[in-house]
Design a protein around this ligand. Structure first.
Ligand SMILES: C[S@@+](CC[C@H](N)C(=O)[O-])C[C@H]1O[C@@H](n2cnc3c(N)ncnc32)[C@H](O)[C@@H]1O
Length: 148
């Protein structure tokens, strides 16, 4: 996910280089899972949406409809969003998502240095002393009683 796999495949095909595709496990689900955050916990989320935070709301190249995302009812997973998390959270609140929606950030997922910060949509940016790589998870699944 966001790994330019399609571009690399096209380039290899173009160059007539033989390719074998080996699927991996994305950090979008693995990092939250290791932190006790099941992105589709039954009764809380019937899906999840993964977005890149690389192009933040307000940027000239911005294309994500954050109001639609806020209304989607799905868990929202943000990759590459450390630098832009504040703007993304503000756009989701503007789009109608409740400021007290649970939120979490998982940094260095799978590593001995793994860190997890839990807060709400309106406080996660301040709560999380974040340095990349990190995955942000927004939705009720970020605060499942008994997990994490
Ligand atoms: C260019 S994207 C590549 C993602 C990768 N293809 C995947 O599916 O996990 C890099 C982003 O993935 C996320 N990421 C990768 N490894 C991570 C980890 N160990 N812990 C938390 N987030 C990670 C971060 O959001 C990081 O900015």
């Amino acid at each position: 996910m966001f790994g330019r796999g399609g571009e690399e495949l096209l380039a290899c095909l173009d160059a007539r280089v033989e390719v074998r595709i080996v699927p991996g496990v994305t950090s979008a689900t693995a990092a939250p899972a290791l932190a006790g955050i099941p992105v589709t916990h039954r009764g809380l989320a019937q899906g999840f949406t993964v977005v890149s935070g690389q192009v933040p709301p307000g940027h000239p190249d911005w294309t994500i409809d954050y109001a639609a995302l806020a209304a989607s009812g799905t868990t929202i997973v943000v990759l590459m969003g450390v630098r832009t998390l504040r703007a993304i959270c503000a756009a989701l609140v503007s789009g109608g998502l409740a400021p007290d929606t649970p939120a979490a950030v998982v940094a260095d997922g799978t590593m001995p240095s793994q860190r997890v910060a839990r807060a709400t949509l309106s406080t996660i940016d301040a709560a999380a002393d974040i340095s990349p790589p990190a995955v942000a998870v927004i939705g009720a699944v970020a605060d499942v009683p008994g997990l994490g």
